[in-house]
Design a protein around this ligand. Structure first.
Ligand code: ATP
Length: 283
């Protein structure tokens, strides 16, 4: 079953065509990541799916409903969706714990507030006022508010901006846990390693159009791209691109008796492939 179905989506702001005919099918339980440079049309697309923006053309179904007609009206539909917007929530004079408990009251089947606080790593801060949290801690609170309603579908717009590396890893395991519970997740991120770690599929968007939809390992022909083998020989760093790194390493093994100095075999990262795709699209 497709949780999200989009056909021919278009949206302009005055003369600027921000979204130019996007098609998407996102299935239940998958983590789908939208990648693209600033201004590519990701937020516009996602906010149309969330029912926060109107569209000019195209068909959109989210959990079986058209957000343009159901979005604001249907509380039941909204109950099934969790949203972490790009900007952080407004600070109030409430504590972390009070805020999360308060928001849990809006949902028919919320998660346990204490469990959610622990899941985003804010146990030590649960009695602190929101305005006293650091930027990264505020972002964790945003994530907590996105998942408190126990959503079937979760939208995450650049969720880990401002997180330290440890918090990002903790967040990734939280998202993995939600995936295991069957939550469908739409993730917008500028961190390619995050997309690589989490996404089942990624879509690269540029200038309002999708360039490619693929798995992170296959995007842009990545899985069949050449490997770079590097080693040191007589003090000189050598490198060679090859489709058969095993054969090259095997040759080097006979050449060097014992360890091959500073040997490494690397393939293009998702970021390398992404930058190439975006660069090509801009030519
Ligand atoms: P980012 O990675 O910077 O968040 P994005 O891919 O989410 O970018 P959008 O926010 O969807 O991009 O913007 C797409 C284009 O539409 C941009 O050129 C932006 O300036 C323009 N745009 C977005 N919202 C509006 C608006 N409310 N009014 C006018 N133009 C807008």
């Amino acid at each position: 079953m497709n949780v999200i179905e989009v056909r021919g989506l278009r949206k302009s702001y005055a003369s600027l065509e921000a979204v130019r005919g996007i098609n998407l099918s996102i299935t239940k339980g998958e983590i789908f990541s939208l990648l693209g440079p600033n201004g590519a049309g990701k937020t516009t697309t996602v906010e149309i799916l969330e029912g926060f923006r109107t569209r000019d053309a195209g068909e959109v179904k989210v959990l079986g409903f058209d957000p343009a007609t159901q979005g604001r009206a249907s509380r039941e539909w909204r109950n099934r969706i969790g949203i972490v917007l790009q900007s952080t929530s407004d600070a109030g004079d409430l504590t972390v714990s009070e805020t999360i408990s308060h928001f849990s009251g809006y949902y028919s089947n919320p998660r346990n507030p204490e469990e959610v606080i622990a899941a985003v790593g804010l146990e030590d801060k649960s009695k602190d006022l929101i305005r006293n949290l650091s930027g990264g801690q505020r972002r964790r609170l945003d994530v907590a508010l996105g998942i408190i309603g126990n959503p079937e579908l979760l939208f995450l717009d650049e969720p880990t901006t401002g997180f330290d590396p440890e918090a990002r890893r903790a967040f990734w395991s939280l998202i993995d846990g939600l995936r295991n519970d069957g939550t469908t997740i739409v993730l917008t991120t500028h961190y390619l390693d995050e997309a690589e770690a989490l996404a089942d599929r990624v879509a690269v968007i540029n200038h309002g159009q999708i360039i490619e939809v693929s798995t992170p390992t296959q995007l842009g022909g990545r899985s069949t791209s050449k490997a770079l083998v590097q080693w040191r020989d007589n003090g000189e760093l050598k490198s060679q691109e090859t489709e058969n790194p095993t054969a090259l390493v095997s040759t080097l093994t006979t050449q060097f008796s014992g360890e091959i100095p500073e040997l490494s075999v690397t393939r293009p990262s998702l970021e390398d492939i992404y930058l190439k795709m975006i660069g090509r699209a801009d030519e």
